[in-house]
Design a protein around this ligand. Structure first.
Ligand SMILES: *[C@@H]1O[C@H](CO)[C@@H](O)[C@H](O)[C@H]1NC(C)=O
Ligand SMILES: *[C@@H]1O[C@H](CO)[C@@H](O)[C@H](O)[C@H]1NC(C)=O
Ligand SMILES: *[C@@H]1O[C@H](CO)[C@@H](O)[C@H](O)[C@H]1NC(C)=O
Length: 260
């Protein structure tokens, strides 16, 4: 189980399908990703119950790539990696009523790995909860990629003791040191509204770490309140790098967005 991806199989994989419906399945302890959807149009995924131990590596719940018009709703995902991961070539995805955690949250990405070109747009994630997750709602890109991630909405989200509730990480580099690059996947038109709950994180609660060469633009935050799960020991904070946008009624205060 030490080996990296490839040696262990995805439990259930769908490829090149139209109008796929997957409903009411229970998945336990896949050796790797639990469900993967690739190259599909019009998939409806619902009422899945996916569980693996919090310490099991690379056990994503549901992975979507190169797909259009996807709905994922009414699922419980508790694993050792992303509850849902949305990868390149994917557009028009509606995610709702997901109970995520433990796990690494819901991720857009990673995008732009090894200089790759990725496009993701039209993603909405609503009415969902993140309980004791390592991240909450995350967009992650590698340095040196190209393409875009845009028109992404996170709304009506609850966090319970999440570690990094809101994060854009354009310096994603999980395995080793990554060299600074002069390209990046462009992130724009990202909305956060109605996000509430608690964080246990030692890092910034809201962290927009955007590319120096291709800054994030039009990040819009409204009605966000994330408090410390342990107020006597730490408070919640925000951090931005090269992030443009606006924040209204947001706690912790996000004064670091560039307003133009
Ligand atoms: C943004 O994405 C939503 C789907 O989440 C879609 O309905 C809407 O038309 C898109 N807006 C633009 C301006 O592309
Ligand atoms: C989210 O929840 C609200 C209130 O219960 C409901 O009106 C709305 O239809 C839900 N949205 C989705 C996409 O499930
Ligand atoms: C923000 O996220 C970046 C990328 O993961 C990380 O390197 C940085 O330490 C974080 N900053 C804070 C203040 O948490």
């Amino acid at each position: 189980f030490q080996g990296d991806d490839g040696s262990r199989p995805t439990a259930l994989r769908f490829s090149q399908c139209n109008g796929l419906q997957v409903k009411g399945l229970k998945h336990r302890n896949s050796q790797q990703n639990h469900v993967s959807i690739n190259g599909c149009d019009g998939a409806d995924i619902s009422n899945l119950d996916i569980r693996a131990t919090a310490t099991s590596p690379n056990t994503d719940g549901i992975d979507i790539s190169a797909s259009t018009n996807v709905r994922i709703h009414d699922c419980l995902v508790a694993t050792g990696d992303d509850c849902i991961a949305i990868k390149g070539g994917t557009s028009n995805v509606h995610i709702s009523n997901i109970a995520c955690g433990p796990g690494h949250g819901i991720s857009i990405g990673s995008l732009g790995e090894a200089g790759g070109h990725d496009q993701v747009e039209g993603i909405s994630i609503t009415n969902s909860s993140f309980t004791r997750t390592e991240n909450g709602v995350r967009i992650k890109t590698w340095q040196g990629g190209s393409g875009f991630a845009k028109n992404i909405t996170f709304s009506r989200i609850t966090f319970v003791a999440a570690d990094n509730p809101v994060i854009i990480d354009q310096y994603y580099c999980p395995h080793k040191k990554c060299a600074d690059k002069t390209f990046a996947v462009k992130i724009s038109d990202v909305r956060y509204s109605g996000l509430h709950g608690t964080s246990i994180g030692k890092q910034a609660t809201i962290n927009f770490s955007c590319s120096e060469v291709v800054p994030c633009t039009n990040i819009v935050m409204d009605d966000v309140d994330i408090e410390s799960a342990d107020p006597s020991h730490h408070s919640t904070t925000a951090h931005c790098n090269n992030a443009h946008g606006t924040a209204h009624a947001v706690h912790p205060p996000v004064n670091c967005l560039i307003n133009h």
